[in-house]
Design a protein around this ligand. Structure first.
Ligand SMILES: Cc1cc2nc3c(=O)[nH]c(=O)nc-3n(C[C@H](O)[C@H](O)[C@H](O)COP(=O)(O)O)c2cc1C
Length: 184
């Protein structure tokens, strides 16, 4: 797949088939992620690949409960309806969750986000669907969340990304024209 086709074709996937993702494909995604640039080339990322469905269910429920208990912006963005709906699974029943954490300090978020975008693009080029699940971020950063997935001391979970084989076509989300200024 050509690079432009990959960039323009990638779209967040929220429905997955039951087909599992092979270990070699997952390794390819991680290998693409670590090709990202990082500040001072520190490559400060850590990846956890979770395929344990009961654990994913538990993280989904804990994240929903955690957000319900906060007054933060996430609550405003996500109506109580879905957070109270026992059928709403924040990972959309994807078979895999990859959480990219980065060593805390300057540019932790930037470094992890660049790795995440590489991963999502290469996933799309390999006919996989992905979606960054911000809803999981806050809870994964709590002591319980860190313990549940074993985030190492000194690292910050930044990018929870679901991965799987899409179960249908994904509708493209239109883009606004770029706010653009030229300074000559
Ligand atoms: C930081 C971040 C957090 C996101 N959190 C969620 C989320 O919790 N749930 C979800 O369904 N999509 C989430 N998304 C996906 C966005 O909704 C999606 O990228 C956006 O609507 C644009 O659509 P596209 O990815 O298909 O181009 C998130 C994306 C980013 C970058």
């Amino acid at each position: 797949m050509k690079l432009a086709e990959t960039i323009y074709g990638r779209r967040s996937t929220r429905a997955f088939s039951h087909q599992s993702v092979t270990k070699s494909l997952l390794e390819r995604l991680i290998d693409s992620a670590v090709q990202a640039p990082s500040a001072r080339n520190q490559q400060p990322w850590e990846f956890v690949i979770i395929q344990n469905i009961p654990l994913l269910d538990q993280i989904s429920e804990s994240s929903k409960a955690h957000i319900r208990g906060t007054e933060k912006g996430l609550l405003a963005l996500h109506p109580h309806d879905s957070l109270n709906d026992p059928d709403f699974h924040i990972f959309y029943h994807a078979p895999v969750l990859i959480v990219i954490s980065a060593e805390q300090g300057d540019w932790a978020v930037e470094n992890a986000a660049l790795a995440a975008e590489n991963l999502m693009l290469v996933a799309h080029a390999n006919a996989l669907g992905t979606c960054w699940i911000g809803l999981a971020q806050d809870w994964l950063g709590t002591a319980d969340g860190r313990r549940a997935i074993g985030v190492p001391e000194g690292f910050l979970p930044v990018a929870p990304i679901i991965v799987g084989h899409p179960s249908g076509d994904v509708s493209p989300v239109p883009r606004n024209p770029a706010r653009l200024r030229w300074i000559n």
